[in-house]
Ligand binder design. Structure first.
Ligand SMILES: *Cc1c(COP(=O)(O)O)cnc(C)c1O
Length: 342
């Protein structure tokens, strides 16, 4: 049975080109620095992201936590938004691994106010922790892209205080595609960036952390400490190379499909979609007014071959990806109408 899976873009399985590249990958022990395919991926990623160096890590969470661990010392304070992935979805890892304190700020649709960021930077006082890092997220997991102006505002304040900036760029290429800019226009406002190969880009496993050469050298040791020193990783890196070379340029299809899905859903009585918030491949909508239970919707959809997540805080989220076609979108909308009886 062929499923339509809208739960996330993490569900993407590798393409045929990736499977072929994995099969043929030249590999070696990467802890010895012997894996040529990993090296190729790290060099390619660094150049693409406009940084001196890059390192392959097992997951996005790993990359973010490694960034915190490498930038900060224990007890440092990290300024970031209260709705970001590091705060919401990384199991409190920042306090366990880097041993840092998180100073969270409320956001306007994912954007922190630079003035407010500035007001939270610690001065010198015997009672205070040091501000060790500021984190940004783009694209934001709320489906929106943070403006370059906003990033620049935070970046300039950080640099004035000599504080590094880490970008959680799990979907930074989606952000670049949505903004119609080279990704370097985004990453120039950060010292380090993490991006996922295994979401919309379809690689089976892995993320990249990029930054200065000194930073990545230190991160390499931190990665070993965290148990992320992998051996014949070239098999994964081979798929990662296909992801970066071939899959970025087609992300717009996912964005177009998300907008189509959002528009079609918004025509169904009782479904509310904020169309202005669809910047990338995610459609958030509220269906409380239909009176239909979201857990029941999950079941009805599953019976019809469509996988979705139940609502979170009253919001449903459908995510488009490489394996979801425009025809699938029309089918999903038809199923929604059928289930709701409209
Ligand atoms: C998915 C995601 C991550 C973590 O990636 P995993 O590979 O799932 O650990 C980090 N940040 C954001 C914004 C994400 O969407």
């Amino acid at each position: 049975m062929r499923w339509i899976d809208l739960r996330s873009d993490t569900v993407t399985v590798p393409t045929d080109a990736m499977r072929e590249a994995m099969y043929r990958a030249e590999v070696g022990d990467d802890v010895y620095g012997d894996d040529p395919t990993v090296k190729k991926l790290e060099e390619y990623a660094a150049e693409l992201l406009g940084k001196e160096a890059a390192i392959f890590v097992p997951s996005g969470t790993f990359g973010n936590q490694l960034a915190l661990f490498t930038h900060c010392k224990r007890g440092d304070e990290v300024i970031l938004s209260d709705d970001c992935h590091i705060v919401m979805h990384e199991v409190g890892g920042a306090s366990v691994i880097a041993g840092v304190q998180l100073r969270t700020l409320a956001t306007h649709k994912g954007e922190m106010n630079p003035e407010e960021v500035a007001s939270k930077i610690r001065g010198e006082d015997i009672h205070y922790p040091s501000t060790g890092l500021i984190c940004l997220e783009n694209a934001h997991s709320n489906g929106r892209v943070i403006s370059l102006d906003n990033m620049k505002g935070v970046w300039e304040i950080a640099k004035r205080h000599d504080i590094p900036v880490h970008l959680d760029g799990a979907r930074v290429f989606n952000a670049a595609v949505a903004l119609e800019v080279d990704v370097k226009e985004i990453t120039k406002y950060c010292d380090s960036v993490m991006c996922c190969l295994s979401k919309g880009l379809c690689a089976p496993v892995g993320s990249i952390l990029a930054g200065s050469k000194v930073f990545i050298d230190r991160a390499r040791k931190g990665r070993k400490l965290m148990g992320g020193g992998l051996r014949q990783t070239g098999f994964l890196a081979a798929a990662g190379l296909v992801a970066l070379r071939d899959m970025i340029k087609r992300l717009k299809e996912d964005h177009d499909n998300a907008l189509l899905l959002g528009r079609e859903l918004s025509n169904i009585p009782g479904i509310r979609v904020n169309l202005e918030d669809i910047h990338i491949n995610m459609v958030f909508f509220d269906m409380k007014e239909t009176g239909y239970d979201s857990d029941k919707l999950v079941e009805r959809f599953l019976e019809r071959g469509i996988k979705i997540n139940p609502g979170e805080d009253g919001m449903m989220r459908f995510v488009t990806n490489y394996w979801v076609s425009k025809e699938d979108i029309y089918h999903v909308v038809a199923v929604m109408r059928e289930v709701l009886g409209t």
